[in-house]
Design a protein around this ligand. Structure first.
Ligand code: NAD
Length: 272
């Protein structure tokens, strides 16, 4: 699919769509946070593009937790994983643009694959963490989520009392992050389906759209029965399978940290 319109025309068209829309939803991925210094997985400078061994290890995390939760926790807390960097990261102009769009009531929800908590740090209130959130713990049994500060993890490590146990049901706690081979938490999965069912404009920002079941969401939006057509706009550094298969109506090719603020600026100009 080749866009005949210029970048400026596509930005203006997207702003118009958002203003007229009843329910705009944004789907986001790792590309959204590269400008915050967090590498993506599969982009040209991605963690896995550069280090395929890291990808192999990521596929083992969930089994390691199931087999030996104590060891899983020791490795998480003492290892040199990139996950430690996520906690320190700060939102970039792309995140702030989506927060602004929610503030003026033109963005109803973000469904993110990112685990970095940056949409929340930017100020968005309605965020569905499809793959969990690095800043939370989740019980393996009852699925309750907790702030890690409630658990004094460093103390538990020093006293060899890991893993932490749930205060509600005494089940074992893991990170809220959804590991490969682990099911998407049911509450998030069903809320995401509802949002997709309602949306008439979907902005898909910084994702290669190859991780399932998340990558099903735009496809469901496109084919949702008995509702008006959802317009799907991709904002991504490169074309994706959604572009190639015609699932998205068009792509605005470039950086989310540049394009999203321009869209929001255009929205405000048109509304004033
Ligand atoms: P991905 O790495 O597969 O794809 C990222 C896409 O974004 C690529 O197409 C890349 O070209 C594009 N991109 C990179 N920087 C961009 C920018 N500044 N502007 C616009 N586009 C840009 O990422 P994914 O599709 O989200 O799938 C990766 C999985 O890994 C997800 O499930 C996610 O949970 C996880 N992940 C999360 C983080 C995070 O929380 N920040 C980081 C890496 C991976």
């Amino acid at each position: 699919m080749v866009n005949k319109e210029s970048m400026e025309e596509l930005i203006a068209k997207t702003a118009e769509l958002i203003i007229k829309s009843k329910h705009t939803v944004a789907l986001t991925g790792a590309g959204m946070s590269t400008e915050s210094g967090i590498p993506d997985f599969r982009g040209p400078n991605g963690i896995w593009t550069k280090n395929p061994e890291a990808e192999r290890q990521a596929y083992q995390s969930y089994f390691r937790f199931q087999q030996d939760p104590r060891q899983y926790w020791i490795e998480r807390m003492t290892g040199t994983s990139w996950i430690h960097e996520l906690i320190k990261a700060k939102p970039n102009p792309g995140h702030f643009a989506l927060a602004e769009l929610e503030k003026i009531s033109l963005l109803k929800c973000i469904i993110t694959q990112n685990i970095d908590n940056l949409h929340q740090k930017a100020g968005n209130k309605k965020v569905l963490d499809y793959h969990g959130n690095v800043s939370l713990l989740r019980c393996y049994s009852c699925h309750s989520r907790f702030d890690p500060d409630e658990y004094e993890l460093e103390k538990l490590l020093a006293e060899d009392r890991l893993p932490p146990y749930c205060k509600r049901c005494n089940g074992v706690l893991k990170s809220d992050i959804v590991h490969f081979h682990e099911a998407i938490p049911a509450d998030v999965s069903s809320a995401s389906q509802q949002e997709v069912g309602k949306c008439d404009v979907m902005l898909i920002c910084g994702t290669s759209a190859v991780v399932y079941p998340f990558a099903m969401l735009p496809r469901i939006a496109k084919q949702y029965p008995s509702k008006q057509k959802t317009i799907i706009v991709e904002i991504n550094a490169e074309p994706t399978p959604l572009t190639q298969e015609g699932i998205s109506d068009y792509i605005i090719q470039g950086k989310t940290g540049t394009i999203l603020p321009k869209i929001v600026e255009e929205v405000k100009k048109k509304k004033s």
